[in-house]
Design a protein around this ligand. Structure first.
Ligand code: DLL
Length: 439
């Protein structure tokens, strides 16, 4: 088995290095990653062979477009360890996120990968004004989800005092925040807004010591940022990432708040047209694609995120020389991100198929109420249920709600609607109404 090169991890000037210098580093790391993937991952070797591409054909970042793509379905098909480029004994961590089939998407991280990830989050926290004098309250969930542990590791790396609260229990969060004098907050933007509203309702705003936060894992808008900043009197910075590439910190905003700096010494970002798969120039919206440059456990080459945004190489006033990505404005597939949880209509469908009294028509309606995402699931009843079994309707409704909670992991309001009341479609069924208006 090919042994990966061990990268020198901590590089405080990497974000500000000359672009030409960084390009040399990227070329070298890309060559190394392609060789590692080709030699150690049969699926990707077969895919390169099918395209007639050999590792030596990839010499610089300009050759990237010759490489085949990777997809979320590859992780599912090769679940759990088929895409490992490292020996299993060198994997020190499994992280995951929810997938379409109920089977999670998991990624194996080597110690090197955990270090790289930690550094990426440490940069994000530094860029949001954090350092060793700070007290960082982490209210992303701890567990398979990368939010909690990622933010924790990054805050730890900058030498801050970390309060590992995990998510939920708002009253306790607020008590700890005020009593311990947290100066930074890491959680989803919707939860931060909820915390902010509750703190204001409790009249505790003047007890806060918060100055800034790193908020991500779900789409949010500039309006939400302004609301959050005034509710908590902080600088609210966006942070982006995904389990497959390295958790939170793949890209992050600095206090200029003009797009997220991509950690380009660790990942390469491209924008492609999701239909033609052709690369698009900076400034044009399209699907974000990542290639990891330093990951050794489960490296990813041209991984299609399905997230839509733009890239820019215009200089940032902060002095960092990396390219930046805009907010995520949507996705090319039907995955919804609700309160930080990935939800696919097919998961909801799986909860309904074998239930008696339910017709195969349903609709997901997502709204943002008081800054919190709410999911409503409308399900059509069969004629028989609707006309003959009225007494059983409430029981069926509760059963569906329970199933959704256990399969998808979030609570939904379930409504049973009369037969033939949901719109029918002749083409692709439209199963989602997203009223969050995120553009
Ligand atoms: O959400 C990692 C993360 C944790 C990022 C904490 C930031 C903070 P996954 O669970 O694998 O990983 O989900 C990845 O979430 O493809 C996007 O669709 C969405 N997402 C993540 N960050 C943002 C963001 C984490 N800042 C999926 N804005 C991604 C919009 C985001 N969408």
């Amino acid at each position: 088995m090919k042994q990966p090169k061990v990268h020198k991890i901590y590089n405080p000037i990497a974000e500000c290095m000359e672009r030409s210098e960084r390009r040399k580093l990227q070329n070298e790391r890309l060559r190394e990653t392609v060789r590692l993937e080709y030699e150690n991952v049969p699926l990707y070797r077969a895919r390169m062979d099918a395209k007639g591409v050999k590792p030596e054909d990839i010499q610089t970042v300009d050759d990237l477009r010759k490489l085949p793509f990777m997809e979320k379905t590859d992780l599912r098909d090769e679940f759990p360890f088929g895409l490992l480029a490292a020996d299993k004994k060198d994997i020190v961590r499994i992280q995951g996120s929810s997938g379409t089939t109920g089977k999670p998407i998991v990624s194996g991280y080597t110690q090197n990968d955990v270090e790289v990830w930690t550094e990426m989050v440490a940069r994000a926290i530094t860029a949001a004004g954090g350092g060793q004098d700070d007290i960082v309250q982490v209210c992303y969930g701890y567990g398979l989800f990368t939010g909690g542990l990622g933010a924790h590791q990054g805050a730890d790396r900058v030498g801050a005092m970390v309060i590992p609260m995990s998510s939920g229990n708002t009253q306790r969060q607020i008590m700890m925040m005020t009593e311990l004098g947290a100066t930074m907050l890491c959680c989803t933007p919707s939860y931060a807004t909820y915390l902010g509203e509750t703190i204001n309702d409790m009249g505790l705003k003047d007890k806060l010591k918060l100055k800034s936060g790193c908020f991500g894992a779900e789409p949010w808008t500039e309006e939400m940022r302004q609301k959050l900043e005034s509710l908590l009197d902080i600088d609210a910075c966006d942070i982006y990432g995904l389990t497959e590439i390295g958790g939170p910190g793949v890209a992050f905003e600095c206090l200029e708040k003009h797009g997220m700096h991509v950690n380009e010494d660790h990942v390469l970002a491209e924008i492609i047209d999701p239909v033609t798969e052709e690369p698009l120039p900076y400034g044009t919206p399209g699907e974000l694609v990542f290639t990891t440059l330093t990951k050794t456990g489960m490296p990813m080459l041209r991984y299609r995120t399905h997230d839509i945004c733009t890239l820019t190489d215009e200089p940032c006033a902060c002095g960092r020389t990396t390219i930046r990505m805009s907010r995520i404005t949507g996705r090319t597939d039907d995955m919804l991100v609700i309160r930080g949880v990935n939800v696919f209509p097919s998961q909801i469908e799986a909860c309904l198929v074998d239930l008696e009294g339910v017709a195969p028509f349903y609709m997901l309606i997502v709204d943002r109420v008081n800054s919190t995402d709410k999911l409503e699931v409308q399900v059509e009843m069969t004629e028989e249920m609707f006309s003959d079994k009225i007494s059983e309707i409430e029981e069926l409704r509760c059963r569906i709600a329970e199933r959704i909670k256990s399969v998808v992991g979030i609570s939904a309001k379930v409504q049973l609607v009369p037969p033939k009341s949901l719109p029918r479609s002749e083409g692709k069924a439209k199963r989602i109404i997203d009223n969050r208006n995120l553009h």
